[in-house]
Design a protein around this ligand. Structure first.
Ligand SMILES: Cc1cc2nc3c(=O)[nH]c(=O)nc-3n(C[C@H](O)[C@H](O)[C@H](O)COP(=O)(O)OP(=O)(O)OC[C@H]3O[C@@H](n4cnc5c(N)ncnc54)[C@H](O)[C@@H]3O)c2cc1C
Length: 377
């Protein structure tokens, strides 16, 4: 008997889960992986696009390269999900399945921050990064704000990375002294679970004259006056605004009725939802880890083990630990590393590995190992 699995979304979570199930079940698996796009890219590749180091085409890894036993990829847009019957409709087809895995990630709610689309820029979508590639060379002086418009948001280190990388960009253009950089964040520290990482980032901000504005969110932008309004009433004038938009589940997930307070609640140990044989992994859930690819990957492992154990009537696997390792761009050609564990102890804790040039190769190895594992290239 084959296990029928339907995986919605071919991002970090969906790709890792499909890979594990193929490796472990082989020809006992009948898995369909659906995504609306023809290709995957790493979230951090948007920095390469926005600073003009790579084109959008160069960062794409095509799903057509996936060749895994028991796995079929379909490029379709999911239009309805019924978690009770495990039936899914797309723009082209209808599906039912034994096990349903929702790995549809987080979308952006641009309209939630008035003025963000008309009067500012964002670097969280590929379209936003592409636009910035045209905008940045025209910027020559004044204040740059890197501003978070809502929490939770993907990759908590990314706003700090953006501030450090924009510093390098302005130095390279010889205009840093004509510019200010401010970073508006909802947290008290850049990386709250890792005081050492936060300390290292705060030192870099101080050394590079980057103003860190903690515990605040950007509520709206006045496009005509070039002013960002913060949630405490502060008004911050700017010349260039680089936003982190408010996040939300994709509309199709909201319409499925699976969300509570905006995200899909799951069992912390195996990522199952309240619906039998329906799992939700990655950014789309509210398990309590940050919205980042490495956590989506860890969640995929835990869900895959649970799916296999149920199929083979095996022992209950170890519960999900909520741990992951993130690389952080420190600028100046250096990368740091933070390991964070959310569920093993009484409180989340993290350890920091100092930023070095050597870790740049480590980060490249992270990407190439995923390309090889998921796409066989
Ligand atoms: C600037 C930036 C830097 C980042 N840096 C890092 C980093 O260094 N390390 C890290 O771990 N994470 C990083 N991230 C975060 C990371 O990209 C995400 O957290 C991760 O991709 C989440 O994985 P996921 O599988 O949950 O969702 P995703 O990878 O977002 O995948 C979801 C998939 O679902 C598909 N989808 C959505 N709706 C539909 C639909 N209706 N029909 C069909 N398909 C649909 C999408 O096309 C997408 O492919 C970064 C993010 C950004 C924006």
């Amino acid at each position: 008997m084959k296990l029928r699995v339907l995986v919605l979304g071919a991002g970090f979570g969906g790709l890792e889960l499909s890979t594990i199930l193929s490796e472990k079940l082989g020809d006992r698996l009948d898995l369909t992986l659906i995504d609306q796009h023809d290709s995957f890219y790493f979230g951090y590749s948007k920095f390469d696009v926005m600073f003009g180091h790579k084109t959008s085409d160069a960062i794409r890894i095509y799903y057509r390269d996936i060749l895994k036993l028991g796995v079929k990829f379909k490029q379709e847009t999911i239009t309805t999900i019924d978690p009770a019957s495990k039936k899914v409709k797309t723009n082209l087809d209808s599906y039912d399945t034994d096990v349903l895995v929702i790995a549809l990630g987080a979308d952006y709610d641009f309209a939630a921050t008035p003025g963000l689309t008309d009067g500012a820029n964002e670097f969280y979508s590929l379209a936003g990064a592409e636009k910035l590639r045209e905008v940045l060379p025209k910027f020559s002086k004044g204040r740059v704000i890197v501003g978070v418009c809502g929490a939770p948001f993907k990759c908590p280190p990314a706003p700090s990375e953006a501030a450090l990388l924009i510093h390098d960009y302005l130095v390279n253009r010889g205009i840093r002294n004509d510019c200010e950089i401010s970073l508006v964040m909802p947290f008290g520290l850049p990386i709250p679970p890792s005081p050492d990482t936060s300390k290292a980032l705060l030192k870099e901000f101080a050394d590079r004259n980057i103003q860190f504005i903690p515990k605040k969110l950007v509520r709206s932008i006045d496009p005509a006056k070039h002013i960002a309004h913060l949630d405490d009433g502060t008004e911050m004038p700017f010349e260039l605004f680089l936003g982190i938009p408010k996040h939300r589940v994709p509309v199709v997930v909201e319409q499925s009725g699976m969300t509570v307070n905006g995200w899909i609640p799951v069992d912390k140990g195996n990522l199952s939802t309240q619906f039998p044989n329906v799992y939700a992994i990655g950014d789309v859930n509210s398990v309590g880890t940050p919205k980042a690819g490495v956590f989506a990957e860890g969640a995929a492992k835990a869900a895959a083990e649970s799916i296999i154990a149920a199929f083979e009537s095996g022992e209950t696997p170890e519960p999900y630990k909520g741990n992951g390792t993130c690389y952080i761009e420190f600028g100046g050609g250096k990368v740091g590393k933070v390991n964070v564990d959310f569920f093993s102890g009484p409180a989340p804790f993290g350890t920091y590995e100092e930023a070095t040039e050597e870790l740049v190769a480590d980060k490249e190895q992270f990407a190439s190992s995923r390309k090889a594992r998921w796409f066989g290239i």
